[in-house]
Structure formats: structure tokens, C-alpha cells
Design a protein around this ligand. Structure first.
Ligand code: BG6
Length: 460
């Protein structure tokens, strides 16, 4: 795997570059890991100085005052090529700016509808020669469009040169699901339909579409985060241990999980829209796009048959938190030594993936000095009160080094579309919900648990 000798950022004036990519490049510069030119490309007729200022604003918006040596190291690498993505001369100017670079990595932080235009432009101009391409999710809008995008990509790039980003795979907390599952032997005997009652995965955000109304109108919660981030999390929770040490063994097992998931019916899903969404900029006044979605999934497999996996995601929810709760079946005996348990909470495993990090085991103990009363406690396997670090510098570095481990393979992407495609084609109606709530009431009846959904608490 040869290392990239230039990084090209399409969409460098956009939101993703501002929020995630510049801060990551800055982190790389700070650790002396940014030793290649970074060429920004966008439609705006900016100068290089303006791009450098934008990078500075981005770094400061994320972390306060930038360290001047590190920032200078970043600024020194920045170049800018303005132009229309449909204009062939723009790619010629890019080729010239790349100079002698033999192995550029092209990062497409642009609306998905522009992926084919840019990929073809890169191919026709020779910029794709020896190059890699990194694509932001969502990869396609449906199974069919994902396949057609893949065909376009393959007409220009080999599979080894394609990196499909799902930034959840770059999060340490998400990777920790794997390490916790396969790095310990105590979990395996209970990690199945005999002991697990249900699994809940929640991605709640207290903020709304935050200026991305136009993008959101094309996406909605199912395409934006369930088809990718949350189904990746489900795969890691449910997969078998990979066979053999190679990368494909790992991805094969994830694909097997996706293939085992029965696409939810309309009755197994709820869509919601927060009150006020239709007044957001770029949103249609009669929009039917969901800002919340919840679904009940079943996996047809020996390990997971009949165990419901409840998955939900929403904007303008009560808190911002991404959390998994795996609830075990209760113990069979409720009474012993003439006493009845006063606490009936079954054991659970809780994986908190953002904004802070926790893995906890919920257990029942005798409450000290309480004369036989019990209490529910959590034993922490890990607990980090600091906020989750951004995964983008890890992902950028991996793509530039040609390491595919943290990227989605095409069959994973297709497997995930296969699950949500029927719902997207024939969606249940959207129900309005109050900002700051836990979503529409209809979602309550999806879950077969007397306690209802597990609602994560806010970070301290
Ligand atoms: C992005 C979505 O992929 O993930 C956003 O487009 C969402 O809508 C974000 O807010 C959530 O990521 P994180 O890392 O903040 O949980």
C-alpha cells in the first residue's frame, strides 16, 4: 500500500470541510503527519489566502486559538483551484496544480448528486491515474442508485482505490464494541437469543438540521444515519467473530448480518418530523421528510432469531447521545428466602458512543443497610468523561495510506440499502413531534417492553 502524495478536497468551501476536515488536517499537522500538499477545489472564485483564512476560522471554531506552528504547517500545504465541476478545464488546472504527484487521494465532500460528474471529470483528465477516491455517505439514495454509482466509480477507479466513508467506523467508541465483544470471553456464552431479550440503538440529537435543510430534504433520517451509521453499529453488535486475520473476513461477517436482517414492514417503522422543521431554510412548506425514524428489526440467524433490534434516530430530541442498550432476560426466580425482589430491572450492557464514552454492565445488588431491598447499579468497564474525539483525521490518514479496514465495502452498502429500500419506497406517514421530546408517540408501541424505550441521559 503506497502512501498518497497529495490530498484533493472537492467541496473545500462547504460545511463538512469547515466542521470536520480542516480541524482534522490541523490535528495531522500538529502531530507532524501532514507532509503532502492539500489542494482545495470548489466553485467559489476564492484566492489561496481566503482559503487559509477559512481554515483558520474552522480550526478556531472547533478548538479556540490555533497553535501557530501547527497552523502554519497546514497553511503551507494549502492550494486552491476554483472552477465548475462540469468544466473540463478545471480538471486540467487541477492536474497542473498537482504537479508531479503520482498518487493523489481525491476526497469528495460534495452533494452525492455530483459524484458521477466529478468521477468522470477525474477520469477524463488523467487526474484519476494512480489515485484513490474517498466518498462521503450516503452512498447512493437507494439500492439501485448505489449500484449505478458503483458502476460509474468502477469505470474509473479499481475497488482497491475506492474508500466509502462512514465516520462511525472511525469512532473509537464504535470500534470498542468489537474489542469488548471479541477481546473478552465472558460475553460470548450470553451473546445470543438464549440470554438477550432485546437490543436498542439510539442516535439522539438535541439540535435540528442546523442550516442543512436543503441536504436534509434530499436525505431524511433513514438515508442520513440509519442506512449507514446505525446499521454499521447493528452489524458490529450482531456479527460472528471474523474468520482469519484478513480484512475481508471482518467485512464478510458484517455483510452476513445485513443479509440476515428482514426489511421492516411499514408497521414495524415510525417516521416523525419535529415541529418547526418546515420553517427551516431550504425545507419545503409541506415537506414529508422524516427528521426522526424508528424501526424494529429481526435477524434471521441461529444466534439472533426472534430477538428484536430497535433502532431509532432523531433531530431535536431531548438530549444528544448515541447509545446501545442490550437487555438480558430476567432471572427465572423472583422470590427466594421468603422474599420477593423489589427491583425487577434485568441485567444490561450499555455502550455509550457519544458524546462521551462509557461501557457499563447493569446489575442488581443488595442495597447496603436496606433490609433486603435491592438496587440497580452499573459496573463500568470504561468511562471517559471527555468528549469523543473526531474520527476524521484517522479516516483521512487511513485512506491516504490505502488502509480499507475502516471503510465500507460495496456489498455492505448494498446490504444496508436492501433493508431500508422498501420503507423508503412505501414509507409510513410522518407524525409531528415536539422539539425536545423523544419523538412521536407512535414509536412507543413499536417496542415490546413494559418500560418502553431506554432513553439515554444527557452528558454531564
Ligand atoms: C452525519 C449526519 O453523517 O452524522 C448528521 O449527516 C449527523 O446529520 C451526524 O448529525 C452524527 O454524527 P456524530 O458523529 O455527531 O454522532
Amino acid at each position: 500500500m503506497s502512501k498518497a502524495d497529495a490530498l484533493v478536497l472537492f467541496g473545500v468551501t462547504g460545511d463538512l470541510a469547515f466542521k470536520k476536515i480542516f480541524p482534522s488536517l490541523y490535528e495531522m499537522a500538529k502531530d507532524d503527519r501532514l507532509d503532502v500538499p492539500v489542494v482545495g477545489v470548489a466553485r467559489e472564485g476564492w484566492s489561496r489566502e481566503r482559503l487559509i483564512n477559512r481554515a483558520r476560522e474552522s480550526v478556531e471554531a472547533q478548538g479556540g486559538q490555533a497553535d501557530s506552528t501547527a497552523f502554519d504547517a497546514l497553511a503551507q500545504q494549502l492550494r486552491y483551484v476554483p472552477g465548475d465541476y462540469t468544466d473540463p478545464t478545471m480538471y486540467d488546472r487541477l492536474r497542473a496544480e498537482l504537479g508531479g504527484a503520482q498518487r493523489p487521494t481525491h476526497y469528495l465532500a460534495i452533494p452525492p448528486s455530483l459524484f458521477p460528474v466529478v468521477v468522470n471529470g477525474l477520469g477524463a483528465s488523467g487526474c484519476a491515474q494512480g489515485a484513490r477516491v474517498v466518498l462521503e455517505k450516503p452512498f447512493g439514495r437507494s439500492l439501485e442508485s448505489a449500484r449505478s454509482l458503483n458502476a460509474t466509480l468502477h469505470s474509473v477507479f479499481g475497488e482497491d482505490s475506492i474508500f466509502r466513508i462512514d465516520h462511525y467506523l472511525g469512532k473509537e467508541t464504535v470500534q470498542n464494541i468489537l474489542f469488548f465483544r471479541f477481546g473478552n470471553s465472558f460475553l460470548e456464552p450470553i451473546w445470543n437469543r438464549n440470554y438477550v431479550d432485546r437490543v436498542e440503538v439510539t442516535l439522539a440529537e438535541s439540535f435540528g438540521v442546523a442550516g442543512r435543510g436543503k441536504f436534509y430534504e434530499e436525505a431524511g433520517a433513514i438515508r442520513d444515519v440509519i442506512q449507514n451509521h446505525l446499521l454499521q453499529v447493528v452489524s458490529l453488535l450482531a456479527m460472528e467473530a471474523p474468520v482469519g486475520p484478513d480484512l475481508d473476513g471482518f467485512r464478510d461477517e458484517k455483510v452476513r448480518v445485513l443479509k440476515s436482517i428482514r426489511p421492516p414492514t411499514r408497521e414495524e417503522a415510525v417516521r416523525g418530523q419535529y415541529r418547526g422543521y418546515r420553517e427551516e431554510q431550504g425545507v419545503a412548506p409541506d415537506s414529508q421528510v422524516e427528521t426522526y425514524a424508528a424501526m424494529r428489526l429481526f435477524l434471521d440467524s441461529w444466534r439472533w432469531q426472534d430477538v428484536p433490534f430497535y433502532v431509532r434516530a432523531g433531530k431535536r430530541m431531548h438530549v444528544t447521545a448515541t447509545e446501545v442498550l442490550v437487555t438480558l432476560k430476567p432471572p427465572p426466580q423472583r422470590r427466594f428466602s421468603g422474599r420477593e425482589f423489589d427491583h425487577r430491572e434485568p441485567n444490561h450492557l450499555r455502550f455509550r458512543m457519544g458524546p462521551n464514552v462509557e461501557i457499563a454492565l447493569g446489575a442488581t445488588v443488595l442495597a447496603s443497610g436496606q433490609r433486603g431491598h435491592t438496587e440497580n447499579v452499573e459496573l463500568y468497564a470504561c468511562r471517559d468523561v471527555s468528549l469523543q474525539t473526531e474520527p476524521y483525521d484517522l479516516l483521512l490518514g487511513a485512506a491516504m495510506a490505502g488502509d480499507h479496514l475502516l471503510f465500507a465495502r460495496q456489498d455492505e452498502v448494498e446490504g444496508a440499502w436492501q433493508i431500508v429500500d422498501p420503507l423508503i419506497a412505501d414509507p409510513p406517514p410522518v407524525a409531528e413531534y415536539e422539539p425536545g421530546s423523544w419523538g412521536p408517540d407512535a414509536a412507543k408501541s413499536l417496542i415490546a417492553s413494559p418500560a418502553g424505550w431506554h432513553n439515554p441521559v444527557a452528558a454531564d
